[in-house]
Design a protein around this ligand. Structure first.
Ligand code: NAD
Length: 290
């Protein structure tokens, strides 16, 4: 669908590079963000700055949301009137990392009350993946609706079908529970090794060729911790939000998860002690100061 008009709400660290890829692929992208500077940046890259969320909704064949959380997704769709403005033929794709139970309820409300369809398509791969179009996109929803979204989503990365609506959001939270927990335990191991006197680069080199190898040793420690830049572009608060979603899922399926509980507790402590805008990779520095 080369002349699909894509509405894009939420032009932050992830949304902006995703919207830019869609513009570069030849689509008309009409975007909106609460931050006026983001709208100027979108326009400077060939997108169209929308006046508000309803104006973006009015023109969209596919309406993508890349917002911080379920509260804001619901506020935009229901309270700010987007649901009333989206045409019944259009499709809403929530690519934010939202709460699965709330996504399921929202999809039902949109269908029953507004005759609008919603699928969930959260992503992993970070800002780097958003820029390169190499995100892993976990897609939940009705087959026909997902098929319609495919030409747009394929520009952003690799789609993995997860099942019914909200299953993408569930899997995304579980992925981030893993990502966060292994970043923390990697950091503990690295600080133990440093205090014992082993060189950081030597540890990473050895572990990356050994059984302890993981995303945190291959990517996060070398790129954001050793460099002391702590600038991955994914906020610690957003990571903690996802971990809490995963923890809540465990409660809902009645599974005891002591390691998850401890990990959430430690990330919560870091969130209280660090700046509200801290990058999630700052957990590595924080864990070495305890
Ligand atoms: P961000 O905070 O950088 O961007 C969110 C954007 O939403 C901001 O530009 C903000 O101004 C805008 N916004 C907030 N409320 C709004 C409203 N009511 N109306 C319009 N715009 C509004 O966050 P991000 O890092 O881009 O993350 C977005 C989503 O993607 C989150 O759900 C996050 O958990 C998820 N995610 C982030 C990453 C990452 O590496 N940053 C990776 C995967 C998934």
């Amino acid at each position: 669908m080369p002349d699909t008009t894509i509405g894009f709400i939420g032009l932050g660290n992830m949304g902006m590079p995703m919207a830019r890829r869609l513009v570069e692929s030849g689509h008309t992208v009409r975007g909106f963000d609460a931050n006026a500077t983001a709208l100027e940046v979108l326009a400077s890259h060939g997108g169209v700055a929308g006046g508000d969320v309803t104006e973006v909704a009015d023109c969209a064949d596919v309406l993508i949301l890349m917002l911080p959380n379920s509260d804001i997704v619901e506020k935009v769709l229901i309270d700010e009137g987007v649901a009333q403005h989206v045409s019944p033929e259009a499709l809403i794709v929530d690519m934010s990392s939202s709460v699965p139970g709330r996504t399921r309820a929202l999809a039902e409300t949109l269908e029953d009350k507004y005759q609008v369809r919603l699928i969930d398509a959260p992503v992993s791969g970070g800002v780097k993946g958003a820029v390169a179009g190499t995100l892993t996109i976990m897609v939940g929803g009705d087959d026909a609706a997902v098929k319609e979204a495919e030409p747009v989503l394929q520009i952003l990365g690799r789609m993995v079908r997860t099942g019914a609506v909200a299953s993408g959001h569930a899997l995304k939270a579980l992925n981030n529970l893993l990502s966060a927990t292994h970043l923390l335990v990697t950091s503990e191991a690295m600080h133990i090794g440093r205090r014992f006197g082993i060189d950081t680069e030597v540890m990473l080199d050895a572990i990356n060729g050994a059984s302890g190898r993981i995303g945190s040793t291959e990517n996060k420690w070398p790129n954001f911790v050793v460099s002391e830049t702590y600038d991955s572009g994914f906020a610690l608060q957003l990571m903690l939000k996802d971990m809490r979603i995963a923890q809540q899922l465990a409660r809902e399926v009645n599974l005891s998860v002591p390691l998850t509980d401890r990990s959430v507790e430690l990330w919560s402590a870091a969130a209280q002690e660090l700046s509200p805008t801290a990058d999630h990779t700052e957990i590595a520095r924080w864990s070495g100061l305890r």
